[in-house]
Design a protein around this ligand. Structure first.
Ligand code: FAD
Length: 545
């Protein structure tokens, strides 16, 4: 066992593991990459995290970098939940709901809490946390915070950043900060602190004051965005200041989260669902735009395309039998209304139907809860692609999360179909039509040299297209190692330099999840490509998506 592992064992209360089995288990996440950690730690409390960070900081001061990577359930598809140094695995012990205020619905949780368990508890209080990802059954809230995750309800409710009210964060040197929106006066106090926390506040405040015009450039014309660092919301015009939005979405590269304060919404089990079918993509785009303009937009506008339905039909003909049968339309969308007031819900659904009738879109409306659940299976059938085994070819997440301006939706779809044609690959699309955020995973064999080379060519073509449409390379899954190399192209040199400065302020020795998001090149990630892609770690669950 190394000296670092010995030190950690002597000083932490959580388990410190160096066995090859454990290290191998944590050498992959749900991405195409692998990297084996030197040491795996199951922190028991915040103090363990502080000590690990403090130790890494002291080593770094002496010129030795020992990376620290935080990890939830490892469902990250961007390669951000793997690392070569110390891996802090949160679900083992730091997995509790600490507080739930039943009046305000505000909850305080530890990062390793299972998202679905939290959701279940919230439901019993008539509440829910809306931006849950499709991986809700197995992923953690800490992972969702670090990725700024979102999902099928984000069209109406927004992303994780919109719900995180405060955080406890262990900084690189082991100091703990509590983030929340501070008044101008409170900020001034922070700016005067002679600690690393003070340095961080001074650094970020100065950076914002001196670069307002550059920061404006990070506001892309998309409805959701998990690329880069979010600086826009940190300092508001009235002088109030909050580091929370910056930490959310930072993928463990600025600090390690040990506590999360989240807002929740009222939850209504009853909803109204409209299934609409399109054979004309222009009409689909027009319809979605009209629905977006309703006084209260739908909670979801989700989609699957004809290729996905054909795939499910070919591989498991009974799965969607009776729900939707061939010949399939080019696009199926599920449009949901969930207003807690049944009257408002009905009124809004009526308005949506009026739009669909006007545009002559074939549709059906459902209010029965059981039937609605059945219809959602159409959207969730995308899991069939992810869990499919076509010999050694697997659906691999390399171009799975681009988001474009809503008015470019049709162009985006067309571009993706062309791309799959170019590489002679079978295509299947699903995702968040309302957000113009599509998911797709080409079938490739990572043990095959030709396919390995294709991976990076497909990525280049896809990300260039998304950027040229004015979109973002990632709507919800994060940059990680996969999309880190495209950040400069996405935002330009000025913004990228700003992001580098943010990273330097929080992590001057660059040991917090290095190689993720910032300063990562294609040359860095190519050697990390796995020989075989699996998500065996998640095999206990059917990957819903
Ligand atoms: C089948 C499938 C479907 C998916 N669907 C969606 C979806 O609908 N929407 C979506 O947004 N994502 C989706 N994802 C991606 C991923 O599941 C989510 O982003 C999820 O929230 C990650 O949670 P996790 O616990 O697995 O985090 P991990 O994968 O363990 O970690 C994710 C990131 O969070 C960081 N992190 C974890 N804990 C901490 C902490 N305490 N402090 C600081 N950083 C931390 C890690 O370092 C890493 O950078 C999907 C993935 C799969 C495999």
């Amino acid at each position: 066992m190394s000296k670092v592992a010995h030190y950690l064992q002597d000083h932490l209360t959580g388990e410190v593991m160096t066995s090859s089995d454990v290290r191998e288990y944590f050498s992959t996440d749900a991405s195409i990459f692998e990297q084996t950690p030197a040491i795996v730690v199951y922190p028991r409390n915040e103090n363990d995290v502080r000590k690990a960070a403090r130790f890494s900081w002291q080593l770094a001061e002496r010129g030795r970098v020992v990376p620290i990577t935080a990890r939830g359930r490892g469902t990250d598809q961007s390669g951000a939940a793997i690392g070569s140094g110390v891996m802090l695995v949160f679900p083992a012990h730091m997995n509790k709901l600490l507080e739930l205020d039943s009046k305000t619905g505000v909850a305080v949780v530890e990062p390793g809490i299972n998202y679905a368990k939290l959701q279940q508890t919230l439901h019993t209080h008539g509440r829910f946390l809306p931006p849950y990802p499709a991986s809700i059954e197995y992923s953690t809230v800490g992972g969702a915070v670090a990725n700024n995750a979102s999902g099928e309800k984000s069209f109406k409710y927004g992303n994780t950043r919109d719900y995180v009210k405060g955080l406890r964060v262990v900084l690189a040197n082991g100091e703990v900060i509590e983030t929340r929106r501070l008044s101008k006066r409170e900020l001034n106090k922070k700016l005067g602190l002679q600690t690393f926390e003070g340095e961080v506040y001074r650094g970020i405040d100065t950076l914002i004051e001196e670069n307002r015009d550059v920061i404006e450039k990070t506001a892309l014309n998309v409805s959701k965005n998990s690329a880069g660092y979010s600086l826009l919301e940190v300092k508001q015009k009235n002088g109030s200041f909050d580091l929370t939005p910056l930490i959310v979405g930072s993928q463990g590269t600025l600090g390690v989260v040990t506590e999360v304060v989240v807002d929740t919404e009222a939850h209504t089990p009853e909803s109204t669902l409209i299934l609409a079918q399109f054979d004309d993509m222009q009409l689909a785009e027009e319809t979605i735009q009209e629905l977006s303009g309703l006084s209260e937009p739908p909670s979801s506008i989700e989609m699957v395309d004809e290729h996905l339905l054909q795939f499910v039909h070919a591989n498991n003909p009974n799965q969607l039998k009776g729900l939707i049968d061939p010949p399939f339309p080019k696009l199926v969308t599920l449009i949901e209304f969930d207003n807690p007031s049944p009257r408002t819900q009905k009124r809004m659904a009526k308005k949506a139907i009026k739009v669909l009738k006007k545009l002559q879109v074939p549709h059906l409306i459902e209010t029965d809860a059981e039937k609605i659940e059945e219809l959602w299976k159409i959207r969730h059938s995308a899991a069939a692609v992810i869990s499919h085994n076509n010999g050694k070819k697997k659906a691999i997440p390399i171009i799975e999360d681009g988001v474009v301006p809503p008015e470019k939706f049709q162009q985006y779809l067309g571009g993706v179909y062309k791309l799959f044609d170019k590489y002679d690959l079978k295509v299947a699309l699903w995702g968040h039509a309302g957000n113009a955020n599509l998911h797709m995973q080409p079938f490739l064999d990572l043990s095959h040299v030709g396919d390995r080379q294709k991976v990076f060519r497909i990525m280049d073509d896809y990300y260039r297209m998304v950027i040229s449409l004015g979109g973002s390379t990632t709507g919800e899954h994060g940059d990680g190692r996969l999309r880190g190399p495209y950040l400069r192209d996405l935002y330009g040199d000025d913004v990228y330099r700003l992001f580098q400065n943010v990273k330097k302020i929080f992590d001057p020795y660059a040991f917090l999840n290095p190689g993720v998001k910032m300063d990562v090149t294609m040359e860095d990630i190519k050697p990390m490509l796995r020989q075989e892609y699996t998500i065996n770690n998640l095999a206990d669950y059917l990957p819903k998506t």
